[in-house]
Design a protein around this ligand. Structure first.
Ligand SMILES: [Ca+2]
Length: 156
């Protein structure tokens, strides 16, 4: 009987864990994305523009975030365009990190054969319109639309 009670308790704990897991995407609500398509800019100016709006260039850190942003872009019917993210290897060639946090990129969604650092000048990551919004390393001085996100909340 004790064993059965333990089993029931274990099930309840597992069920709570599973329920929490299924609700995990709700965490996305703590991070808002804004697709910016009023003007194409260099990666550097896109960075400044996001800061000017009180945000920062977006990091796409999970598949859930990738799909969510793809949905926003499709809603605007802009899926053939490219959009800057905060991803870059300007600091260390070949090692991409999020410029805004310094975190090394762990989730990645590069298109086939990317990153390729074409002509040795591609160091900033776009969601690439020509490749179904998968990622491409792109010349940071090229002009593209961009994605901002809200800055993470600070805790005292
Ligand atoms: Ca490339």
């Amino acid at each position: 009987m004790v064993c059965l009670k333990s089993l029931v308790l274990l099930f309840i704990v597992l069920n709570v864990t599973l329920t929490f897991g299924q609700n995990a995407p709700v965490q996305l609500l703590n991070k808002e994305f804004k697709i910016q398509y009023f003007a194409k800019m260099t990666w550097f100016n896109a960075h400044l523009s996001c800061l000017d709006c009180g945000g920062q260039l977006a990091s796409i850190e999970t598949e859930v975030e990738q799909k969510y942003v793809e949905g926003l872009i499709h809603d605007l019917d802009l899926q053939s365009k490219s959009f800057w993210t905060a991803g870059t290897d300007l600091a260390n060639e070949g090692i991409f990190n999020w410029f805004t946090t310094g975190d090394v990129i762990t989730y990645a969604n590069f298109a086939p054969l990317r990153p390729d650092n074409k002509n040795g000048t591609e160091h900033c990551i776009v969601l690439f319109g020509a490749e179904s919004l998968k990622w491409n390393d792109f010349d940071c001085n090229s002009l593209a639309y961009f994605i901002c996100e809200n800055k993470p909340k600070c805790y005292l």
